[in-house]
Write a protein that binds this ligand. Structure first.
Ligand code: ATP
Ligand code: MP5
Length: 501
């Protein structure tokens, strides 16, 4: 049988993990012949997007016509479109070329948090969704397409998928990649039948750059060769899960790395780094790495606080917390202060939710505000129940609470002020956790801050900070950078306080 000839219409990623480069690898990996028409040239890497160059839509049309005039196209995958005139060009071409299978991955925002579709073009993408066979939004894109808040629960995501399927008369793939928890389900929703759900484990690796691109092109290819969407999804899911799992073997980039599209082929050929004997080890080191910056703004914040972060690492308190030699008296004092801090911190997060410009950010900060006093607070309540202490508010605590109160003037400043408590904690927690020994006395603390779910929310917070800072006027941006630096120093003082009393 002829290999399916599959055309990707998408943007580029020069690091090869997302966009057209990922599409071509996916199509080849699952048994198709890949072709590509470029919508936009994107200067990006595994850490984020730097800039986008969009050639005239008439030139995209020439590319599309050149392909359809010569090649019988078995399936099309559409990815990044960038703007409404590009969406129109693709829609017009589809109505003339009439490819038999069309999958639309409605790319709007990259994993790094950078926008890849102008906000004003969201309606155009919604109309394009009515003329394709399958739409594969992630949870944030599903929320935009249905005009809802981003789903945090699987059943809400399914309800939004159903809403989109009904309103656009299209088949929808609801993807659980952005949900918390150990599972990563995906579901096909169409017509009035029940969803076709394929379960998969969540891999604790950061190699998830381009998963949406890879998935949609593999689905287009396998739908063409297998003949049913259900079979295509089942096969795509198994292949993609393994590709994410093997991603860390590639060592590409320091941000969210690519998946290993050809892991099975390379393994058979004995190429590249091999999986651990005895099976595929969960990539622990990737799971405990510090979250990367989301772009130039957060990269600058992180770089400028390096000296303070080194001081934190050198503190006796932090060293003792890491190797378990810290006296209980100091840990108890620290946790008692931290329990009070979390109440203040939660109020600052709630204020960030109040000022948030988008519903997604509003929900995220509100959840974080709640989590600070419920989940994180639980750790404190459990320890302090067995180690009663009533030390009163220390100086470092008051200074930190003061900074959080005073930084509430603008959204970028407030987000910058709350960010170190996410980012530095995850960085310190993850590195200490990596050296954690059995029977460690402070294991519960280390586990909380090295948790992949916490790491995911840190990445989200960094992404929101990047967007807020990038869009802020110069003066606000400077105030935000000051707030981040001040909060980082107060993190250091807070860790130093128990032993300096
Ligand atoms: N950590 C993970 N472990 C296992 N599967 C994952 C993980 N992250 C994403 N996936 C899977 O990858 C596919 C793409 O889902 P996701 O929700 O990440 O899409 P996306 O956000 O569009 O992707 P992209 O990161 O390219 O924008 C889905 O099948 C999802 O279940
Ligand atoms: C050209 C292009 N298309 C799509 C994505 C989304 O992929 P991700 O969300 O994994 O960054 C991207 N980064 N670049």
């Amino acid at each position: 049988m002829t290999l399916p000839r599959v055309l990707s219409i998408a943007g580029t990623d020069p690091t090869g993990g997302a966009g057209i480069q990922a599409d071509l690898k996916s199509i080849a990996a699952v048994g198709g012949f890949g072709m590509a028409a470029v919508t936009a040239l994107v200067a990006q890497n595994t850490r984020g997007v730097r800039s986008v160059h969009t050639p005239p839509p008439s030139f995209l049309r020439q590319q599309l016509d050149a392909v359809s005039a010569d090649v019988r196209i078995d399936a099309v995958k559409i990815g990044m479109l960038g703007g409404a005139d590009v969406v129109r060009t693709v829609t017009d071409w589809l109505s003339e070329a009439k490819p038999p299978i069309v999958v639309l991955d409605p790319v709007m925002v990259a994993t790094s948090g950078d926008r890849l579709l102008a906000k004003s073009s969201e309606d155009a993408v919604r109309s394009l969704a009515t003329v394709v066979d399958l739409v594969t939004p992630n949870l944030a894109e599903l929320a935009v397409l249905t005009g809802s808040a981003e789903a945090t629960q699987w059943h809400d995501a399914l309800a939004q998928g159903r809403q989109l399927a009904d309103s656009c008369g299209v088949r929808v793939l609801v993807k659980g990649g952005h949900l918390g928890g150990p599972a990563c389900p995906d579901a096909l929703i169409s017509g009035s039948g029940s969803p076709f759900v394929v379960d998969g484990p969540r891999i604790t690796a950061t190699t998830t750059h381009g998963t949406g691109c890879s998935m949609s092109s593999a689905l287009a290819t396998l739908r063409a060769s297998r003949g049913s969407w259900e079979d295509a999804l089942t096969e795509t899911k198994a292949w993609l899960t393994d590709s994410i799992r093997h991603g860390p073997e590639l060592h590409v980039g320091s941000g969210n790395g690519p998946v290993h599209h050809f892991h099975a082929l390379y393994e058979r050929a004995g190429l590249g780094e091999r999986a651990e004997p005895g099976g595929l080890a969960e990539p622990e080191p990737a799971a405990v790495a510090a979250a990367p910056p989301a772009g130039p703004e957060t990269a600058a914040l992180w770089r400028d606080t390096e000296p303070v972060r080194r001081q934190i690492d050198a503190l006796d308190f932090v060293r003792g917390l890491g190797d378990g030699t810290l006296a209980e008296e100091h840990f108890t004092y620290y946790l008692a202060q931290d329990a009070m801090y979390l109440r203040d911190y939660s109020r600052a997060l709630a204020r960030a939710s109040q000022l948030a410009p988008t519903a997604g950010e509003q929900a995220f900060w509100a959840r974080a505000a709640c989590g600070a006093i419920t989940e994180e607070g639980e750790l404190h309540r459990t320890w302090l129940a067995g180690h009663p202490a009533d030390p009163g508010r220390g100086r470092a605590l008051d200074a930190y609470a003061g900074l959080l109160r005073e930084s509430g003037g603008t959204y970028p400043q407030l987000v910058a002020a709350v960010l170190p408590c996410f980012w530095i904690y995850q960085d310190v927690g993850a590195r200490l956790h990596a050296r954690r020994t059995d029977g460690h006395p402070y294991a519960a603390w280390l586990d909380t801050y090295a948790d992949p779910e916490f790491a995911a929310s840190v990445t989200t917070a960094i992404g929101y900070a990047e967007t807020a800072l990038a869009g802020a006027p110069g003066e606000e941006r400077a105030a935000a950078a000051d707030a981040f630096a001040a909060a980082a120093s107060l993190e250091r003082d807070f860790f130093a306080a128990p032993m300096e009393r």
